[in-house]
Write a protein that binds this ligand. Structure first.
Ligand code: NAI
Length: 539
């Protein structure tokens, strides 16, 4: 190797680069003398500089751009920054900033991160996957951009989603970054405005038929498993039909999961488990009312049924505890427009087109909003719910904020502070009757990084819904009595790494108990997992 190549090896490789933290000796060994300023910084000093740069940026979108270019320069410093204050930086590298990133991705695009496969590569996926420089890929996060956050089908503008999602595996749970591969699978987009945009970075065609898409995904799954044996494929932000369909199609054949379906359901279940601890009740004692029966609603309801069955209910009894209400009104057995996954929640009931009427008829104790309709939970609806129970549970999960079915202030005010509340977005604390209440945020980042870490450690044969239920229990059990007293349904975000490791250890125990692990069971699960996590330092 010549001198230039040696320099390129360390300075241009984000995983090896230390920038001004290279020691004298390293500078000599790698021929870096004269190529760096004289100071020899510690990682802490470099962090101080990064924080200064971030402070000087005018908004989070600019901070995002800066952080991603840091990631492409120096991975250790990037993750050290994120992990130094996840509660501050996760919202910058992911939700909510990522929505602005996606909207402007064509113009923002600087450097490729991850892989960009498209439908024209059909027949060559395996060959092309070999172009990725790392061989030990353990996780692929793949999106088509078909249904991003509240933005709908944005095709190739959805590419930052798998990139950000995988960065959270490392930032929140210490999964080593070199084993993560984000992929945007460009199947085309229905978004005509984007296709006409000269800076659009994707294919300018519409998506294929369902049959063609199945064939494309069949090849994709086979190729990923052939090139990266044992890889876990995380599906993210596929449109409703595709999300549920591909989960069902591949769940028993490959190591896969869908975060929108299973991660969402699990984090909602975690909030419900904590609420049950506060109420001193069981899931099977509650009556659930879902406003919205789309992919999020159905995913949550199905996992809730499984969790109630773990408490001893039959599937029929568990389903009977759940009512659903969608754009056409209450879902009941006479409706002819329901799909198979909705039909199982269609009970004998009087038709009701108005949500207040339906809530009054069904007398729920839990109200879950996944309707995408801001303000749907009116004062009348919430007061009706609060009439029949001491601690009503109110989860307006739709986001962004203007789509939340009600706000934290409204939920607490209309229930005299009795509500157990979590939303899809983070609301600020609320002062009521001289008590401060802290609204929960049902953020999937409590779940998928921990499940990822457990999967990384145990190499299970499959990922089941029960694994996600175990993760939900693991999260709920970490909310201290003091925090529950303050209305918190989830652990504090400042201690996220600690929380995720504890959850991962619980999930790993479950995987071993079910004989699904393919590695020997360690004596001390937590120590074993802690030992393999990534820590951003230069050693
Ligand atoms: P979707 O589009 O598949 O389903 C929406 C459902 O709401 C449909 O059943 C529709 O009929 C119903 N709906 C529409 N208008 C309504 C109305 N006026 N009254 C009652 N129901 C109505 O959407 P998806 O994927 O199920 O997501 C729903 C919401 O949940 C989104 O806002 C999404 O951001 C949010 N979400 C939150 C998560 C979290 O907090 N962790 C995770 C996943 C989704």
């Amino acid at each position: 190797m010549n001198k230039q190549e040696k320099v390129a090896l360390v300075l241009n490789q984000p995983a090896l680069n230390k920038g001004t933290a290279f020691s004298e000796e390293e500078r000599q060994t790698h021929n870096l003398e004269g190529l760096l300023p004289s100071c020899i910084d510690t990682l802490e000093r470099q962090l101080e500089r990064v924080r200064g740069h971030l402070e000087a940026k005018p908004n989070d979108l600019e901070r995002y751009v800066y952080l991603q270019s840091l990631c492409e320069r120096n991975k250790t410093l990037f993750y050290a920054t994120l992990m130094s204050d996840p509660a501050r930086f996760v919202p910058i590298v992911y939700d909510p900033t990522i929505a602005d990133v996606c909207l402007t991705y064509g113009a923002l695009f600087r450097e490729p991160q991850g892989m960009y496969l498209n439908k024209r590569m059909k027949g060559r996926f395996a060959e092309i996957l070999h172009n990725w420089p790392e061989r030990e890929v353990r996780f692929i996060c793949v999106s088509s951009g078909g249904r991003i956050l509240g933005l709908g089908d944005i095709g190739a503008h959805g590419a930052p989603i798998p990139i950000g999602k995988l960065q959270l595996y490392t930032a929140c749970a210490g999964v080593p970054p070199e084993c993560l591969l984000p992929i945007h699978l460009d199947i085309g987009t229905t978004n005509a405005a984007l296709r006409a945009d000269p800076l659009y970075p994707g294919l300018r065609s519409g998506p294929p038929s369902d049959k063609e898409l199945d064939a494309l995904l069949d090849e994709f799954m086979e190729a990923t498993n052939q090139v990266f044996p044992g890889v876990c494929v995380h599906f993210e932000d596929w449109k409703g039909r595709d999300a549920i369909h591909f989960l069902a199609r591949y769940q028993s054949k490959y190591l896969i999961y869908n975060d929108d379906v299973q991660g969402t359901a699990s984090v909602v279940l975690a909030g419900l488990f904590t609420a049950m601890q506060i109420k001193g009740a069981r899931l099977i004692d509650q009556r659930y009312f879902f406003a919205g029966a789309g992919s999020a609603g159905i995913g949550i309801a199905n996992m809730l049924v499984e969790a109630m069955m773990q408490e001893g209910a039959t599937q029929e009894d568990a389903r009977a505890r759940i009512s659903m209400f969608d754009i056409k009104g209450l879902i009941h057995s006479k409706r002819k427009d329901l799909n198979a996954s909705q039909q199982v929640f269609a009970h004998k009931a009087k038709p009701a087109h108005d949500i207040f009427q339906a809530v009054a008829q069904q007398c729920p104790t839990v109200l879950i909003g996944v309707s995408t309709v801001g303000g749907l939970f009116t004062e009348k609806v919430i007061r009706e719910l609060a009439k029949s129970c001491d601690r009503p549970i109110i989860f307006p999960l739709s986001n962004p904020t203007d789509r939340a079915e009600c706000s934290a202030v409204q939920a607490y005010a209309w229930t005299d502070g009795r509500a157990l509340f979590a939303a899809g977005v983070q609301f600020s604390e609320v002062e009521i009757k001289s008590k401060t209440l802290y609204p929960g945020q049902a953020n999937n980042f409590y779940i998928f990084p921990a499940v990822g870490l457990a999967v990384y450690a145990t190499r299970p044969t499959r990922i089941t819904n029960e694994i996600f239920i175990a993760a939900a229990r693991g999260i709920a059990d970490q909310v201290s009595p003091h925090d529950r007293e303050r209305g918190l349904l989830y652990p504090l975000q400042v201690k996220i790494l600690e929380t995720e490791i504890t959850t991962a250890a619980r999930v790993a125990e479950y995987i071993f108990d079910q004989d699904m692990a393919t590695v020997p069971r360690p004596k001390n699960m937590r120590a074993w997992i802690e030992d393999m996590i990534y820590r951003p330092d230069y050693s």
